[in-house]
Design a protein around this ligand. Structure first.
Ligand SMILES: [Zn+2]
Length: 244
Protein backbone atom coordinates (compact mmCIF):
# COMPACT_ATOMS: atom_id res chain seq x y z
CA UNK A 1 0.00 0.00 0.00
CA UNK A 2 2.87 2.36 0.83
CA UNK A 3 4.33 2.05 -2.71
CA UNK A 4 0.89 2.58 -4.23
CA UNK A 5 0.38 5.77 -2.23
CA UNK A 6 3.75 7.07 -3.39
CA UNK A 7 2.81 6.35 -7.01
CA UNK A 8 -0.54 8.14 -6.61
CA UNK A 9 1.06 11.15 -4.95
CA UNK A 10 3.07 11.90 -8.11
CA UNK A 11 1.27 13.60 -10.96
CA UNK A 12 2.28 12.20 -14.35
CA UNK A 13 0.08 14.07 -16.81
CA UNK A 14 0.92 12.89 -20.35
CA UNK A 15 4.19 14.44 -21.49
CA UNK A 16 5.34 15.05 -17.90
CA UNK A 17 6.45 11.59 -16.86
CA UNK A 18 9.90 12.52 -15.48
CA UNK A 19 8.95 12.35 -11.79
CA UNK A 20 7.14 9.01 -12.04
CA UNK A 21 10.09 7.55 -13.99
CA UNK A 22 12.41 8.69 -11.23
CA UNK A 23 10.29 6.80 -8.69
CA UNK A 24 10.26 3.68 -10.90
CA UNK A 25 14.06 3.83 -11.27
CA UNK A 26 14.50 4.30 -7.52
CA UNK A 27 12.25 1.29 -6.84
CA UNK A 28 14.27 -0.83 -9.27
CA UNK A 29 17.65 0.23 -7.90
CA UNK A 30 17.62 -2.85 -5.66
CA UNK A 31 16.40 -5.21 -8.40
CA UNK A 32 18.93 -6.78 -10.73
CA UNK A 33 17.68 -5.72 -14.15
CA UNK A 34 18.62 -3.64 -17.17
CA UNK A 35 16.64 -0.53 -18.06
CA UNK A 36 16.71 1.12 -21.46
CA UNK A 37 14.89 4.24 -22.55
CA UNK A 38 14.03 4.81 -26.22
CA UNK A 39 13.84 8.15 -28.06
CA UNK A 40 10.19 8.60 -27.09
CA UNK A 41 10.93 8.07 -23.40
CA UNK A 42 9.42 4.57 -23.10
CA UNK A 43 11.19 2.31 -20.59
CA UNK A 44 12.20 -1.26 -21.47
CA UNK A 45 13.12 -3.30 -18.40
CA UNK A 46 14.65 -6.76 -18.63
CA UNK A 47 15.18 -9.11 -15.71
CA UNK A 48 17.00 -12.43 -15.97
CA UNK A 49 18.34 -14.30 -18.96
CA UNK A 50 16.02 -16.01 -21.43
CA UNK A 51 15.75 -16.64 -25.13
CA UNK A 52 12.19 -15.43 -25.06
CA UNK A 53 10.62 -13.46 -22.20
CA UNK A 54 7.14 -13.20 -20.71
CA UNK A 55 6.10 -9.58 -21.26
CA UNK A 56 4.03 -7.12 -19.24
CA UNK A 57 3.15 -3.52 -19.95
CA UNK A 58 1.56 -0.48 -18.33
CA UNK A 59 1.65 3.26 -19.02
CA UNK A 60 3.42 5.92 -17.01
CA UNK A 61 1.08 8.81 -17.76
CA UNK A 62 -2.33 9.87 -16.44
CA UNK A 63 -5.00 12.36 -17.52
CA UNK A 64 -5.19 14.51 -14.39
CA UNK A 65 -3.84 18.04 -14.11
CA UNK A 66 -1.19 18.48 -11.42
CA UNK A 67 -2.78 19.47 -8.12
CA UNK A 68 -1.54 18.87 -4.62
CA UNK A 69 -3.38 15.68 -3.62
CA UNK A 70 -3.39 13.61 -0.49
CA UNK A 71 -4.10 9.91 -0.69
CA UNK A 72 -6.79 8.58 1.61
CA UNK A 73 -7.61 4.99 2.52
CA UNK A 74 -11.01 4.03 3.84
CA UNK A 75 -11.14 0.30 4.44
CA UNK A 76 -10.26 -1.28 1.11
CA UNK A 77 -10.85 1.92 -0.88
CA UNK A 78 -8.08 4.33 -1.90
CA UNK A 79 -8.84 7.79 -3.33
CA UNK A 80 -7.50 11.34 -3.51
CA UNK A 81 -8.42 14.68 -1.95
CA UNK A 82 -7.18 18.15 -2.85
CA UNK A 83 -6.18 20.70 -0.19
CA UNK A 84 -9.80 21.82 0.15
CA UNK A 85 -10.98 18.26 0.73
CA UNK A 86 -12.58 17.78 -2.70
CA UNK A 87 -12.17 14.46 -4.48
CA UNK A 88 -9.48 14.44 -7.20
CA UNK A 89 -8.32 11.75 -9.59
CA UNK A 90 -5.23 9.80 -8.51
CA UNK A 91 -4.02 8.34 -11.79
CA UNK A 92 -4.85 4.81 -10.68
CA UNK A 93 -5.16 4.43 -14.45
CA UNK A 94 -2.44 3.34 -14.79
CA UNK A 95 -0.38 3.55 -11.59
CA UNK A 96 -2.10 0.28 -10.66
CA UNK A 97 -0.41 -1.32 -13.67
CA UNK A 98 2.93 0.15 -12.59
CA UNK A 99 2.44 -1.19 -9.05
CA UNK A 100 1.76 -4.73 -10.31
CA UNK A 101 4.78 -4.59 -12.61
CA UNK A 102 7.14 -3.29 -9.92
CA UNK A 103 6.00 -6.14 -7.65
CA UNK A 104 6.44 -8.71 -10.46
CA UNK A 105 9.93 -7.44 -11.27
CA UNK A 106 10.89 -8.16 -7.67
CA UNK A 107 9.25 -11.59 -7.54
CA UNK A 108 9.84 -13.10 -10.98
CA UNK A 109 13.27 -14.39 -12.04
CA UNK A 110 12.70 -13.67 -15.74
CA UNK A 111 10.53 -10.88 -17.12
CA UNK A 112 10.43 -8.08 -19.66
CA UNK A 113 8.39 -4.99 -18.80
CA UNK A 114 7.59 -2.08 -21.08
CA UNK A 115 6.39 1.17 -19.52
CA UNK A 116 4.97 3.51 -22.11
CA UNK A 117 4.73 7.29 -22.02
CA UNK A 118 1.76 9.27 -23.36
CA UNK A 119 -0.89 6.55 -23.62
CA UNK A 120 -3.71 8.97 -22.84
CA UNK A 121 -5.39 11.34 -25.29
CA UNK A 122 -4.50 14.91 -24.48
CA UNK A 123 -4.61 18.48 -25.75
CA UNK A 124 -1.46 20.21 -26.94
CA UNK A 125 -1.74 23.95 -27.72
CA UNK A 126 -5.52 23.63 -27.80
CA UNK A 127 -5.43 20.72 -30.28
CA UNK A 128 -6.75 17.24 -29.43
CA UNK A 129 -3.96 14.70 -29.78
CA UNK A 130 -4.61 10.96 -30.12
CA UNK A 131 -3.36 8.58 -27.44
CA UNK A 132 -0.85 5.73 -27.53
CA UNK A 133 1.91 8.04 -28.73
CA UNK A 134 4.66 6.09 -26.97
CA UNK A 135 3.48 2.73 -28.27
CA UNK A 136 2.93 4.08 -31.78
CA UNK A 137 6.49 5.39 -31.92
CA UNK A 138 8.49 2.55 -30.32
CA UNK A 139 10.48 0.04 -32.31
CA UNK A 140 8.60 -3.26 -32.74
CA UNK A 141 11.94 -5.10 -32.76
CA UNK A 142 11.99 -4.54 -28.98
CA UNK A 143 9.49 -7.43 -28.84
CA UNK A 144 11.55 -9.88 -30.90
CA UNK A 145 12.45 -11.80 -27.73
CA UNK A 146 9.02 -11.49 -26.05
CA UNK A 147 6.50 -14.38 -26.13
CA UNK A 148 3.37 -12.38 -25.27
CA UNK A 149 2.43 -9.04 -23.75
CA UNK A 150 0.02 -8.70 -20.82
CA UNK A 151 -1.17 -5.10 -20.38
CA UNK A 152 -2.34 -4.21 -16.88
CA UNK A 153 -4.50 -1.23 -17.66
CA UNK A 154 -8.18 -2.21 -17.51
CA UNK A 155 -10.83 -0.88 -15.08
CA UNK A 156 -12.70 -3.17 -12.71
CA UNK A 157 -11.71 -6.53 -11.37
CA UNK A 158 -12.70 -9.33 -13.69
CA UNK A 159 -11.89 -8.53 -17.33
CA UNK A 160 -9.28 -9.69 -19.75
CA UNK A 161 -9.69 -7.63 -22.91
CA UNK A 162 -8.90 -9.84 -25.88
CA UNK A 163 -10.47 -7.63 -28.54
CA UNK A 164 -10.47 -3.83 -28.71
CA UNK A 165 -13.47 -1.79 -29.78
CA UNK A 166 -13.13 -1.25 -33.51
CA UNK A 167 -12.37 -4.93 -34.01
CA UNK A 168 -8.64 -5.17 -33.28
CA UNK A 169 -8.00 -8.72 -32.06
CA UNK A 170 -5.38 -8.74 -29.29
CA UNK A 171 -5.16 -12.51 -28.98
CA UNK A 172 -7.09 -15.68 -29.63
CA UNK A 173 -9.09 -16.48 -26.48
CA UNK A 174 -7.57 -19.95 -26.45
CA UNK A 175 -4.28 -18.28 -25.51
CA UNK A 176 -5.62 -17.77 -21.97
CA UNK A 177 -5.85 -20.93 -19.83
CA UNK A 178 -9.53 -21.43 -18.93
CA UNK A 179 -8.79 -22.95 -15.53
CA UNK A 180 -6.64 -19.96 -14.47
CA UNK A 181 -9.35 -17.53 -15.65
CA UNK A 182 -11.98 -19.49 -13.70
CA UNK A 183 -9.85 -19.82 -10.55
CA UNK A 184 -9.29 -16.05 -10.36
CA UNK A 185 -12.75 -15.04 -11.61
CA UNK A 186 -11.71 -13.35 -14.86
CA UNK A 187 -13.47 -13.50 -18.24
CA UNK A 188 -12.58 -12.45 -21.78
CA UNK A 189 -14.30 -9.25 -22.96
CA UNK A 190 -14.16 -6.57 -25.64
CA UNK A 191 -12.79 -3.26 -24.35
CA UNK A 192 -11.30 0.15 -25.12
CA UNK A 193 -8.04 1.02 -26.85
CA UNK A 194 -4.75 0.90 -25.06
CA UNK A 195 -1.07 0.49 -25.97
CA UNK A 196 -1.41 -3.17 -26.92
CA UNK A 197 -4.13 -2.19 -29.43
CA UNK A 198 -1.73 0.25 -31.08
CA UNK A 199 1.03 -2.37 -31.15
CA UNK A 200 -1.22 -5.01 -32.72
CA UNK A 201 -2.46 -2.47 -35.29
CA UNK A 202 1.16 -1.79 -36.17
CA UNK A 203 1.70 -5.49 -36.85
CA UNK A 204 2.91 -6.97 -33.57
CA UNK A 205 2.01 -10.65 -33.89
CA UNK A 206 2.57 -11.99 -30.36
CA UNK A 207 -0.59 -12.55 -28.24
CA UNK A 208 -1.60 -9.51 -26.18
CA UNK A 209 -4.44 -8.72 -23.77
CA UNK A 210 -5.42 -6.07 -21.21
CA UNK A 211 -6.21 -7.10 -17.62
CA UNK A 212 -8.42 -5.43 -14.95
CA UNK A 213 -6.42 -3.99 -12.07
CA UNK A 214 -8.90 -2.72 -9.51
CA UNK A 215 -9.50 0.91 -10.48
CA UNK A 216 -12.85 2.59 -11.03
CA UNK A 217 -14.09 5.92 -12.47
CA UNK A 218 -10.88 6.44 -14.41
CA UNK A 219 -10.30 9.94 -15.79
CA UNK A 220 -12.78 11.35 -13.26
CA UNK A 221 -12.32 13.24 -10.00
CA UNK A 222 -13.95 10.40 -8.05
CA UNK A 223 -11.50 7.80 -9.34
CA UNK A 224 -10.68 5.14 -6.73
CA UNK A 225 -9.04 1.75 -6.25
CA UNK A 226 -10.13 -1.27 -4.27
CA UNK A 227 -6.79 -2.44 -2.93
CA UNK A 228 -7.75 -6.07 -2.40
CA UNK A 229 -8.69 -6.24 -6.10
CA UNK A 230 -5.32 -4.81 -7.09
CA UNK A 231 -3.58 -7.45 -4.96
CA UNK A 232 -5.80 -10.08 -6.59
CA UNK A 233 -4.65 -8.81 -10.02
CA UNK A 234 -1.02 -9.31 -8.98
CA UNK A 235 -1.73 -12.93 -8.00
CA UNK A 236 -3.68 -13.54 -11.23
CA UNK A 237 -0.95 -12.10 -13.49
CA UNK A 238 1.72 -14.08 -11.63
CA UNK A 239 -0.34 -17.25 -12.12
CA UNK A 240 -0.72 -16.50 -15.85
CA UNK A 241 3.02 -15.98 -16.25
CA UNK A 242 3.73 -19.25 -14.42
CA UNK A 243 1.52 -21.04 -16.94
CA UNK A 244 2.10 -19.24 -20.25
ZN1 LIG B 1 -4.88 3.49 -18.95
Amino acid sequence: MELLKRLYAINSKSGSEAAIKKLVLRELASVECTIEEDDSGNLFITKGEAECYPGVTAHLDEVHEPVCRSIVTEGDMVYGLDVEGHRVGIGADDKNGLWVILKLLRAMPVLKAVLFVEEEKTTIDGEEVAGCRGSRACSLSAFDDVRYLLAIDRKGSADVVTKSKGGVVLCDESFLPEDVLAEYGYKCVEGGRTDVTALRERGLTIPCCNISCGYYNAHKSDEYTLFSQLEHTLRFVAALIERL
